[in-house]
Design a protein around this ligand. Structure first.
Ligand code: XMP
Length: 318
């Protein structure tokens, strides 16, 4: 039977009623999953739902401002918590991708615990969707990546978990968003992973590396969105930059340079479980490469394009 968003919303609104006997807290990232979860749960909880936006210092350029604007459009009142120093501090010296994910997940929980205590929450709402827990290892499959919003909730936190989107895939979440009247700027946004730019910096995360990848991601987004608007290509399902800690030799003017490598990733997918790399026209790749190397002359001197599908790769590099 095809997915029916209107039936789903009606059913969930009814299901949620039984939980509305206490305060609930949700971490809204500004992405489609957590925003839809918040709007859905707010229907039953009203002012008893407390939304928190954690600024991890690992966000994209302008993300906090865009998120604030979008929350307002969705009728959500969101508290912004600046935890960037805690996240960067916690990741210091850590290079292993799974360890990075675990640290970020734990820090989210700590920040959250504090917020939940402050509003005396009984429930914790999460925007977990099916691929998150499937890929985190549901017992039936290998743990491909530990998605930060899955598992790991300490028992002593004493919060009951509500995951209204748990059985949905991304395309279905977008249908639910439409049904709920969430503005298209929110539900048509490309996915952004919970651990943020930390998993787009290969190896150790430092402020310098995050700043580089943030700028490179912004350039990739601007160029691909402009190209799609000019009908030079279809907008990919997801598109971003990754910083490789590999330094290579280059030349700036007539001086030797030694800088990082940026990989550009753009994929077409239906739900993110499988993906094909996008056929981005060469002129656009060329422009992206020029802009990145010009914007960060002393830091990046090489740009490559990832031509791997999922499988065998994953969409993110970590
Ligand atoms: P992968 O890299 O596993 O990504 O092929 C599939 C989709 O999931 C996103 N992703 C995450 N989303 N928490 C999230 O909320 C995570 O920890 C996480 N890791 C990957 C990824 O950006 C892609 O859209």
């Amino acid at each position: 039977m095809p997915f029916n968003a209107s039936r789903f919303v009606a059913q969930k609104a009814e299901d949620m009623q039984k939980y509305a006997d206490g305060e609930a807290v949700i971490a809204t990232s500004g992405g489609v999953d957590s925003t839809v979860a918040a709007v859905l749960v707010k229907k039953a909880f009203g002012r008893k739902l407390h939304c928190v936006f954690v600024d991890t210092g690992l966000l994209r350029k302008g993300e906090a401002e865009t998120a604030k604007l979008n929350f307002r459009k969705c009728g959500l009142d969101v508290k912004i918590v600046d935890a960037s120093a805690r996240f960067l501090g916690g990741l210091k010296g850590v290079g292993d991708p799974e360890r990075k994910r675990k640290i970020i997940g734990e820090l989210f929980i700590r920040v959250f615990e504090e917020e939940a205590k402050a509003c005396k929450a009984k429930y914790l709402v999460q925007g977990t969707i099916a691929p998150d827990w499937i890929e985190s290892g549901s017992g039936m499959r290998d743990n491909i990546k530990s998605h930060h919003n899955v598992g790991g909730l300490p028992k002593e936190m004493g919060l009951l978990l509500i995951e209204p989107l748990r059985d949905l895939y991304k395309d279905e979440v977008r249908l639910v968003a439409k049904e709920l009247g969430v503005p298209s700027e929110v539900f048509s946004r490309q996915p952004f992973p919970g651990p943020g730019l930390a998993i787009r910096v290969m190896g150790e995360v430092t402020k310098e590396r995050v700043d580089i990848v943030r700028e490179a991601c912004a350039i990739v987004e601007e160029e691909l969105e402009a190209a799609a608007k000019a009908r030079k290509m279809e907008i990919p399902w997801q598109y971003f930059a990754v910083l490789l800690p590999v330094k290579s030799v280059g030349v700036q003017g007539d001086v030797r340079a030694y800088g990082y490598t940026i990989a550009v990733r753009a994929v077409d997918a239906a739900d993110g479980m499988t993906a094909n790399y996008s056929a981005v026209p060469h002129e656009i790749l060329h422009k992206i490469s020029l802009r990145i190397t010009n914007a960060m002359k002393d830091k990046v001197n090489r740009v490559v394009f990832d031509v791997t599908n999922k499988p065998p790769a994953t969409i993110e590099w970590e």
